[in-house]
Each structure stands twice: as C-alpha cells, then as structure tokens.
Design a protein around this ligand. Sequence first.
Ligand code: PMP
Length: 463
Amino acid sequence: QQPSHNILHEGNHDMADTLDTSHFWMPFTANRQYKSRPRLLAAASGMYYTTDDGRRILDGTAGLWCVNAGHCHPKITAAIQQQAATMDFAPTFQMGHPKVFEAATALARMAPEGLNRVFFCNDGSESVDTALKIALAYHRVRGDGLRTRLIGRERGYHGVGFGGIAVGGIAGNRKHFGPAVPGVDHLRHPLDIARNAYSRGLPKHGAELADEFEQRLLALHDPATVAALIVEPIQGSTGVILPPKGYLQKLRAICDKYGILLIFDEVITGFGRLGAAFAADHFGVVPDMITCAKGLTNAAVPMGAVIVRQDIHDAFMQAAPEDTIEFFHGYTYTGHPLASAACVATLEVYREEGLFDRAAAMAPYFEEAAHSLKGLPYVKDIRNLGLVCGIELEGVPGKPTARAYDVFQKCFWDKGVLIRTTGDIIALSPPLIIDKLQVDQLFAAIAEVLKTQQAIPQTDTVA
Ligand code: PMP
C-alpha cells in the first residue's frame, strides 16, 4: 500500500536511476515505503546539510542530537584524517595507544567532580549496557550480590541493547524480543501536560512523582535487592520530557538512602545541550555514573563512554588479586584511535569556542521563538530547556504519528529545515552554533507549515 501523503518520490534526484535500495535495511524505518528511494543527504557543513540534488537544509536536530559543534568541523576532521594516516587501529586490551589515555583524561576533566574513570565503547546503547554491567558487578565485588534489580522509567530510551531495552520504557522496543533482562521495574515518567503546559524551563509540578520510587522500593521490592536506577535527566527521544523542579534531587536522595547507584543517561544531554557540560552540572545533581556518546566525538566517528565515580572503579581494584582481570568487559573498538582522536579534538573545540556558554546564551532567544508557536493550530504543549525543545501536537485519533510526521516532511522538503518527530511531538536540538537568524528560520518554517496544515483524514496511512 502506498503512503497517502506520498512525498517519497518527488524531487530531481540525479541518483534516482542508479541507487540500489534492495540491500540496506534502514533502522527504525517503515522500509516498505522507501522501495523507490529515500531522500538523500549528500554533504554537510556547519548548520547545514546539502541534499543529493543540491538543496540546502538547515539542521534543526544536530543530526540525531549529536553534531553539537556543527557539521564537518575542520579541527575534528583534521584530527581524524591525521590519525587515520598515522595508525588505523590498535588494541586496548592489556595495552593501548596515547590518544585513548588523552581522551579519557580530557573527558574526566570535563565531567562533574568525583567522576574520574572512563570506560569507552562505541555508541549510546553500549554505554548503557556497560554502565548496567558495572553497577551489577560493583555490588557483587563488594559482597552485595543480592542487588540484581535494575530500575528505569516509562518512556525512557536507553538504546537497543538487551540491557537498554529492558530498563527503557518503550513497549515497541521490547515486545518482539522476549523478557530481555529479568527483574526490571519502571517508574512513571513525569510528563503532566494538564498541570504544566507551556512551562518554560523546568515544570513546577510533579516532584512528588519521585516519592513513588521509594514507595515502590518498599512495597514491591526489598530495597537491598536493587542495584541501580537509570534515568535520562531529560527524556529526549520520547518527546522532551523535563524533570519537574526538585525531582532529580529527590531521586538522588532516595538512591543514597538505600545504597542504590544512580546512573544518568546523558547520551543526549551531554556536551552542552543544556548550556553546561552535562545535565548533572546544570541540575546540580551528581550521579554515580554518566553514560554518553553522540556529542562526545561530535558524531564524526562513533564512540560512547561511561564516566564512573572513582570509588566505584576502586572497589573493583581492591576486590581482585593484582594479576586478575577486574571487570570482564570490553569491545574490540574500545578507545578506537580514530574515535579517540575525534574525542580529543571535539572536547577541545567545545572549550576553545566556548560552545556550552554559547548555547546557554542562545537559550532565552530559542525559548522565546519556541513559545511564539503557542496558539497555532494543533499546538498542545511546548517544552524547552537549553537548546532542546519539544512541541507537542494534537494527534490524529488512532494514528499517533500522523500530524507531526506530516509537518516533518513538509519542513524537510518544502521549507528546507530538518526537524525530528517522535509520536505527536516535534523535537528540536540544533547544533550549539545556531545563530538568531537560524533560530528564526527554524521556528518560522514550523509555524508556516502548522498554519497551512490540513486536517488529516483518519483513514490515512502514515509511517
Ligand atoms: N540513550 C539515550 C538517552 C539516547 O537518546 C540514545 C539514542 N538517541 C541512546 C541511549 C542510544 O544511543 P545509540 O543510538 O548511539 O546506541
């Protein structure tokens, strides 16, 4: 069946006849809609993509929340090229290479105080599974092996590894894959539009939802069986759900009370998105571990990391005899030279160009522009913090992705602006280098599309 608002075959595509689409299985995609050809991005620079037929597209999403310093930053590109020409690969099992140590040091220096040890992996999903394994093993090496339960939140997104889908709160990511990791529980997410609609920055209401964590610990689980709680400080992928004022502080206090590790999944919020290095800095709540990826290398080479409290690492060192491997975990590409070089260069760029401060300085303007959409057709809520924004639209009954997806397609192709949608929510997370004119262009494009949105018949087929 063909999609009804069929925009997939328009455009003057030079590669239309030559592109073989019969082998690449596109991730998180309704692949059958793209039998003919998907739209293609062919080049990128700074705030813009260029399509294969030469159209310039303003990047309102930093790729996938990841190109924080803007595309193809010359310093990062040069560092990768130089490393590729010098040494392509070196193992890091029982050995290493200088760049990986340099990258770990630079990251630890950027991290909140006390989070000093870095375990490298290749993406956000691996960083989550690595952190969960560190949490479980940490309790065990300290003789506390009863702590095997993990707790996440509804609508949490923690990647697609088995650990990540288990603690994640998205049914669709779990339902085809069996029980994944047993013994996982989920707290409610704090989105409450009825009480907090159009809140600028953190919502006022809902901190009491954190109390549910303690209630569940006592009513459903023995707290002494819980290893870790993992939360995104802002739930990004499922629609920009902000923590109510005081909520994260309460989670921290409950974790402390019961000896449970607190993991912040900062795959999206890390590296300046909120105007500070990490959300932990912005909120003044320091977790025991931070998972990160994306902005770690400005997305130029895949890399993820877990940043671990020093004494958690030290517990492993103290538990085992000196000639024993303390933590049975690692990847062939842990600390890959190209990723390490990209990481060192990226963290330098953030510092040298003051990009986190720049994001903080742009945030009020971004907020004003975002909230100027209030009152437009279909707009139900607007949520923002730093350079992240969610615009929730009234959905089409029975077709939860219909309207926002339609806005996405029109912005992308007709207006030359790349936005992102998740369900009925438009999510924006531009590179931190965005200027005021580009902020205006981004929101003007969305406003124009919303004003001309047709009611979508409920019978439509939508990706
Ligand atoms: N955690 C969070 C909070 C994320 O937003 C994402 C990806 N958007 C991931 C984990 C997974 O990262 P990746 O896609 O690099 O595996």
